[in-house]
Write a protein that binds this ligand. Structure first.
Ligand code: C2O
Ligand code: CU
Ligand code: CU
Length: 481
């Protein structure tokens, strides 16, 4: 833009206008997610079609995988709504296997939670199911199947749901949604079998060789040096953790799973474990011609996660030659009431991995894998203090369906800044203390490790909230072929 035009444009901007976009045009073209089309003219309703089907997807130049997809893409389409909207999803299963859609993190009614046999029957091949619910909280969420989830998520079934709050006060218009994942396939594009490596593979948590950013390998993002960008990140990998590094430059975390946190925090490295989300502001610094790389560093989540592994390049950030911006640090507070443990019902979950028997390993919660477990009771409106004791040598990102919790420190004081979580990493040989308040959405709600191989390997259970009967359904032990 010629300088004169620029000046005129600047003069026309009212003093209190929304913050300016500094991103060069097409800055996010390398990362853009396909968005689902809203078929409903009502501004408060987002109504979409979503189809699970097989498709060939090119994830790197010349590398095509025969993936399981939503709408033929990897990841599935980005579903965009505003907080308080009604979301209607006409889901169709064109796969040869039953499936469901679970809305990870969204406080849905139990009928919409997508757990086969618990909250709905599985959606069989050729069948449809309509998901219909209100999105009550702003934030980044995601969707994935809950039928043989390690297999189905690993094969490509996942997508992001962005619930925006136009009044969130975060004046950073240059915003991008980033879905991190991985996938394994051979020279012919055939998916790596979900049971590869047998019981040991289950215990490690299988990672695919192709590390993907919005379904692509090492995409390019363009930036003006120093100009703030808002990245909404979800880790949709079934097992892999992402330990993000931007060549030591700062991340300002403004939110996590359940939306904005109490106040921003800066760090130079950022751990996003399977199932978690982060909302961060980055102000990449650098020069034209010298790209900056977002990398996934090695993180030890247990044996097999660092041995013979390498750092992965995720995104290459290329700078324009415009003058750098000096961005003001972002400040805000989201007033949140610190939870109190007084009166909370303690519930202990001991996570163990006994030695192999008959060449099989299983993870256990309080001595039993999920296929032998009984539901844990909870009363409507009750607050529970969950003491999650990880006695194994692997980390476990612990996830609860349908509700947020807050994380407490060793003295049962809430960790600051306060934040709403639905998935939290419980590192090996440590104990996490979580405070969860149940509301009136009676039903059977799941909790499980979000390393989905661990979940399928036993690390899963349910909470029976309110005066309902446990489902007759018995979770089957996965059978290996
Ligand atoms: Cu992503 Cu049962 O959850
Ligand atoms: Cu685990
Ligand atoms: Cu089941």
């Amino acid at each position: 833009m010629p300088l004169v035009t620029l000046l005129v444009v600047c003069l026309l901007i009212p003093v209190h206008a929304a913050a300016q976009s500094f991103a060069p045009s097409g800055w996010d073209a390398g990362l853009k997610l396909k968005e689902s089309a809203d078929l409903n003219p009502d501004p408060k309703i987002v109504e979409i079609n979503l189809t699970a089907k097989l498709a060939d997807v090119e994830v790197a130049p010349g590398k095509v995988v025969h993936a399981w997809t939503y709408d033929g893409g990897l990841p599935g389409p980005l579903i965009k709504t505003r907080v308080g909207d009604r979301l209607i999803v006409h889901f169709k299963n064109e796969l040869a296997e039953p499936t469901t859609v679970h809305w990870h993190g969204i406080r849905v009614p139990i009928e919409m939670d997508g757990v086969p046999g618990v909250s709905q029957p599985p959606v069989e091949q050729g069948q449809s199911f309509t998901y219909d619910f209100i999105v009550p909280d702003a934030g980044l969420y995601w969707y994935h199947p809950h039928v043989m989830s390690a297999a189905q998520v690993g094969f490509g079934l996942y997508g992001a749901v962005l619930v925006e709050d136009p009044a969130d006060g975060i004046d950073v218009p240059d915003q991008v949604t980033i879905v991190l994942s991985d996938i394994g396939f051979d020279d012919k594009g055939v998916l790596e079998p979900a049971e590869s490596g047998g019981s040991a593979g289950m215990v490690f948590g299988r990672e695919g060789d192709y590390v993907l950013v919005n379904g692509r390998t090492r995409p390019v993002l363009r930036a003006r040096a120093g100009a703030p960008q808002r990245w909404r990140i979800v880790n949709a990998a079934k097992s892999r953790f992402f330990y993000l590094d931007l060549d030591g430059q700062e991340f300002t975390t403004i939110g996590v799973d359940g939306g904005l946190q109490e106040h921003p925090v800066t760090s130079d490295i950022l751990l996003v474990t399977s199932g978690e989300r982060v909302d961060v502001i980055v102000t990449p610094k650098g020069k034209a011609g010298t790209p900056l790389t977002l990398r996934a560093m090695l993180y030890n989540r247990g044996y097999g996660s660092v041995e013979y592994r390498s750092v992965e390049d995720l995104i290459s950030i290329e700078f324009t030659d415009e003058a750098p911006i000096e961005a003001k640090p972002l400040t805000f507070t989201r007033p949140m009431t610190p939870p109190t443990v007084a009166g909370a019902t303690p519930v202990e979950f001991d996570l163990t991995l006994p030695p192999m028997q008959n060449n099989q390993s299983e993870f256990r919660v309080n001595g039993v894998p999920y296929w032998k477990a009984k539901a844990y009771p909870a009363k409507l409106g009750e607050t529970q203090l969950w003491i999650v004791k990880n006695d194994t040598d692997w980390d476990h990102p612990f996830h609860l369906h349908g509700f947020f919790f807050q994380v407490l420190d060793d003295n049962d004081v809430p960790v600051r800044p306060l934040a709403l979580k639905d998935t939290v990493n419980v590192p090996m040989k440590t104990t996490s203390r979580l405070l969860v308040t149940f509301d009136d959405r009676a039903g059977e709600w799941m909790f499980h490790c979000h390393i989905l191989d661990h979940a399928d390997g036993g690390l899963m259970g349910t909470v029976l909230l309110g005066p309902v009967k446990a489902s007759e359904h018995v979770h089957k032990k996965p059978t290996s072929k």
